[in-house]
Ligand binder design. Sequence first.
Ligand code: GSH
Length: 217
Amino acid sequence: MKLILGNKAYSTWSLRPWLILKRCGATFDEVMIGLNEADTAEQIARHAPAGKVPALEVEGVTIWDSLAIALWAEECYPDAALWPADDHARWVARSVVCEMHSAFGTLRNDLGMGPDHPMVGEPGEAHAPSDALSADIRRMVAMWKDAKGRFGEGGPYLFGEWSVADAFFTPVAARFRHFRIDLTAHGDDGTAADYCRALLAQPDFLEWSAAGLAEIG
Ligand SMILES: N[C@@H](CCC(=O)N[C@@H](CS)C(=O)NCC(=O)O)C(=O)O
């Protein structure tokens, strides 16, 4: 099994399935494709029909898109408890994951990760959010507060125990850290900041970060 991914210093989409596969205890090889390089498109096209990473090659089949890989992992690793066991928590967990996947375009664009803005290492300069970005951050903070308040008592993660939702929000926590986003100015009562700290302290994310730091020296 091979996970095709971008640079660990700044491929936020690749981080999601990597964290999920680690949680599953899966054994996999990594094929790293340098992003923003002259031959990036050609390299990705060898593996992924949509021309994006991540993609997973398994049993001669390619699964592309981080959400599709998460759904595959749920099927193949039922004991990994990738989603909350409680029905209501699981329905909401799937909702927040799908919202992350299909919305927050301004957040992704304005807080983009790349060679000048790595998601690993020390934070960069503070970013002054536009109104549109502030709206995305407010929605994120409110969504986290709601989920954490209703379902997150049993542990540091959004639904208590670790779930796919945390894989999808770890890159967001890294963006907020890098761009020094003041979450209290966006309605946070401390819940979102604590959650970000928990995500950035996950041992698997620390392993990813160390590799990302090594990439950029
Ligand atoms: N919907 C995709 C999005 C993946 C995506 O945008 N990947 C970026 C890297 S972080 C990419 O492949 N960029 C390369 C390019 O556009 O040349 C997913 O969730 O996997």
